[in-house]
Each structure stands twice: as C-alpha cells, then as structure tokens.
Design a protein around this ligand. Structure first.
Ligand SMILES: C[C@](O)(CO)[C@H](O)COP(=O)(O)OP(=O)(O)OC[C@H]1O[C@@H](n2ccc(N)nc2=O)[C@H](O)[C@@H]1O
Ligand SMILES: Nc1ncnc2c1ncn2[C@@H]1O[C@H](COP(=O)(O)OP(=O)(O)OP(=O)(O)O)[C@@H](O)[C@H]1O
Length: 284
C-alpha cells in the first residue's frame, strides 16, 4: 500500500523572544500559519526492517540526518514496529529558508506512518514525538494557525487569518537557525511585537491590522548579517505588498497582499534580482 501526505511550509506572522533558557533554547511567543507551498511525501511499506529515503532534490541529506528519516526511526522504535518504509520526498519548499521544510516533512512522516501502520496514535502524542525532533515539528503536525510558546512546542490553536496572497522571496543564502539564536542578545531586545494585538487582529479578521502587527525579533540578527535580506524587505514594501516580514530565522521574506491585481508588479519586480520567488495563498 502507498500513502501520500502533504507537508506545507509555515510562516511566522509574529516571533518574539522572551528570554534565553538554562537549556540553551529561547522562550518564544510565535503566531504561525501555513501556506500552500508544500512538499509531498509518498510512503510505502517495505517487508524488510529498514528506512529508505529518496528525493528529486539533490541538496538534502538522504540518510539519518534527514528529518523524515528521524521521524520514521522514532515512531518505529517507540511503537516497536518491525516493518520498514520507503519514503520519497518531492521537495518544493526551499531548504534552510525559515519555512520549516524539514520540520514539515518530519511531521508529515509522523502523520503518514501513523496511518500506514494503523497505530492510532492521538495527535497530541504525535506532537510530543515531534517535539523530540525539533521545536517547529509539533506545529507542523497540527497545521492551521497557532500561538506557540515554550520553545515553540506548546500550541494553542486559533482561527485562521482571512485569506490573502503571500509572496515568498528567498535570497541565495542559507541561514542556520542555531547561529541566529546564538547571536541574539535576548536581554537587549528593546521593541517586542505584541502577540495580543495580532491575536485580536486575527480574531476580528482585520487584514490591515494583521499587516500592521507583523514582527520578528530575529530580523535584527539576520538583517545585520545579511543586508540583502533588508534590501529584499524594502523592495517588497516599495512594490506594494501590504505587510512584509522575514519568516523564522530567515532568509525568506514574505509579503501579504490582499489584491490580486498587485501581484504581477511585485513578482516581476522581485524576479529582477531574486531567482526564488513564489506566489501562494494562506492555507485557510
Ligand atoms: C526560527 C523558528 O523556525 C521559528 O518558527 C523556530 O524557532 C526554530 O525551530 P527549529 O528549526 O525546529 O529549531 P530546533 O531544530 O528545535 O533548534 C535549532 C536550534 O535553534 C535554537 N533554538 C531553537 C528554538 C528555540 N525556541 N530556541 C533556540 O534557541 C537552538 O540553538 C537549537 O539548537
Ligand atoms: N527533509 C528535509 N528537508 C529539508 N532539509 C532537511 C531535511 N532533513 C534534514 N534537513 C536539513 O535541515 C536543515 C534545515 O533545513 P530546513 O529546510 O528544515 O530549514 P528551515 O526552513 O530554516 O527550518 P526552520 O524554519 O524550522 O528553522 C538543512 O541543513 C537540511 O540539510
């Protein structure tokens, strides 16, 4: 039997860091949602007790470093599954982009293998397993829109923001999340984005208040390291996006756009100097 799972990319509408914790992680407050740019996983049971990963993308690890491999190994070990699985990853989400591509693949593998092996693991437990793989994985298990706290693994589902277009632009640099958090001086953050304002904007379906409330404290680190990300933000604003922000630790910048008529100008303007530009929708 073959099964398929979609692994959508996430964006952070808001990312605040409250403090650095003793375990080295940072206490965060994030509002995350999904967009319809997605990897696709094909999973097939193997009679041999092995995990095989393949992908059309030549630039990701296919061994135990792959997060989908780690998800399969975790679920096999924890539930004593003696069967194997072949997982093909059709990668569409850019890698090391701030869009949680690897985390979403891991989450899709957890959901898919739960079905393939009929394990009936409740979603809450899948999230707990996901948290062992990475801070973004629990959100990628549930999807939707959520307020994430703790190191990102504590989730409160909220309603989806109103539908809109999302322009994603990734400059040709790879950013390490660990490096960005490592360079952040949490006690020196002077301006914190307000989660309560964003939650209220989403609750009221107020697109313009959502655009006004966008904020990400990791921008300070990434924009200083890579001025081209700042240039990209400024270009997107100049070209007419309603709200613009860097996603996660970057370097992808997203623009929220309400009117379809604006898209061609923004897309063509960005494509002039950035090869990777995607026009997608919020997943609502
Ligand atoms: C930047 C975001 O993607 C925003 O959604 C997340 O906060 C990071 O999520 P992630 O990539 O799943 O992160 P993990 O794989 O758990 O951790 C990668 C590294 O980022 C740092 N890290 C991550 C999450 C967090 N709350 N505090 C941290 O300091 C840690 O140094 C960790 O070693
Ligand atoms: N299935 C996978 N897809 C993409 N990258 C993977 C995968 N498994 C492991 N990786 C590795 O994980 C690293 C980060 O890639 P990923 O695309 O998940 O980053 P990201 O979008 O910045 O994630 P986040 O937003 O959660 O910080 C890369 O170095 C990549 O080699």
């Amino acid at each position: 039997m073959k099964i398929y799972e979609k692994a959508p990319a996430k964006i952070n509408l808001l990312l605040d860091v409250l403090r650095k914790r003793e375990d080295g992680f940072h206490e965060v407050e994030m509002i995350m949602t999904m967009v319809d740019l997605a990897d696709r996983l094909e999973m097939e049971e193997l009679p041999r007790d092995t995990i095989i990963i393949s992908s059309q993308a030549g630039y990701i690890p296919l061994d135990e470093k792959n997060l989908a491999f780690q998800a399969a190994k975790l679920i096999k070990d924890r539930y004593d599954v003696r069967k194997g699985v072949y997982i093909h990853l059709d990668k569409k989400i850019p890698v090391a982009a701030g869009l949680a591509g690897g985390s979403s693949d891991a989450a899709a593998a957890l959901r898919g293998l739960n079905r393939l092996w009929q394990l009936n693991i409740p979603e809450e437990e899948l999230c707990r397993l996901g948290a062992e793989l990475g801070s973004d994985v629990p959100f990628c298990v549930t999807g939707g829109t959520a307020l994430a706290t703790g190191r990102g693994e504590k989730l409160e589902q909220i309603e989806n923001p109103p539908g809109c277009w999302v322009v994603l632009a990734k400059p040709p640099i790879n950013v390490s999340t660990a490096d960005v958090y490592g360079k952040l001086r949490a006690n020196e953050i002077t301006s914190h984005p307000q989660a309560k304002d964003m939650l209220s904007a989403i609750r009221h379906g107020d697109f313009h208040a959502i655009c006004d409330g966008l904020g990400n404290v990791l921008e300070k680190v990434t924009l200083e390291l890579y001025p081209e990300v700042l240039q990209l933000k400024e270009s997107m604003q100049r070209l007419g996006a309603d709200g613009v922000l860097m996603s996660g630790s970057g370097p992808t910048v997203f623009g929220l756009v309400s009117k379809e008529a604006k898209l061609a100008r923004i897309y063509n303007g960005l494509r002039g100097f950035c090869k990777e530009v995607y026009v997608v929708r919020l997943l609502t």
